[in-house]
Design a protein around this ligand. Sequence first.
Ligand SMILES: [Cu+2]
Length: 375
Amino acid sequence: MTSLLVIIVLVLLAIAVWQMTKIFDLTQIGASRRNNSGVANDADNNVQGYLMFGFLAFMYIFMIYGLFKWGHLVLGTPASEHGTDVDNLMTISMVLIFIVQFLTQALLFYFSYKYRGKEGNTALYFADNDKLEFIWTIIPVIVLAVLILYGLYAWTNIMFVDEDEDVIYVEIYGKQFSWEARYAGEDNVLGKANVRYIEGINTMGVDAADPYAQDDKVVSELHIPKGKKVVFKMRSQDVLHSAYMPHFRAQMNVVPGMVTQFAFTPTVTTAEMREDEEMVKKVANINKIRAKKSAELVAKGQTALDPYTFDYLLLCNKICGASHYNMQMKVVVDTPADFKKWLAEKPTLGKVLKEEADAKNAKDTTAVVAQVIQK
Ligand SMILES: [Cu+2]
């Protein structure tokens, strides 16, 4: 700590000395202009001008290189009905940004180069130009208004859930640092829940007395059927989380004390996505990296990594604590038949809670009997 303070003091001292020499230089302007005054001469201006031009070239080359080198890393085929809308919106925005920045940066750096300082030159001064200002105001206004309206239209469509539509209700419960899911069961109504009811096996705090809760099913791996709209009701046990399902282009904050919602219709099953051309390439690439890493691990006498197979994921996208990075749940998109079969095999919450209560009673009885025998 002391050495850090000493370093800081030394750095500050150096800055102070440097500033004082600069002030001293400035007071000498008239006398030493030709030698070294800190005022740019034509040679300095030329260097700065060419550097501006060079930076423009560097920026464009790096941008094009980046597009080719890393362009494939973006999310691939969307796996939900509204996913294509989100992707279109993204593509339009990116193309617009690309064109605008290409033109404006070119103008900015080219003119900085062209009108670099020259001894004796003075700037042309004019107060305003209404026509010019009108043009550069009205064009962004129209473009942004169209973009915002299109975005709002898309968002309203995405968030709209028709009450009469045949949907599945699934509750997503976020907590530090895992997810749980609950299906609404036969009645398709989620039973009431509150953090106060959390006890033993009832980790989602479902109200065991609520008749709607009896047929609910709690799971730790999310399955959803292809082609059917799923309405996610989201709750948090502790802090702010964000349910992020990138392949479905879905994200919604999960807020303690309230229920938030996001709905989408999956369109590609897990099995189909594993066959997707882009995905096959991505997985092959990941496995190439893993194989390399495995070889290193084996050389050190450690166990090799398992090869990666693609799975959809529900991730947390809000930095919610120390293990936030690992807060995820596997999502499986099944065919409707497979989904029905999978869900049918899961026990209802009513049954699970009753079994727990019975087990507890049996244990208590055994304890009482044991006590009696002891006496
Ligand atoms: Cu989180």
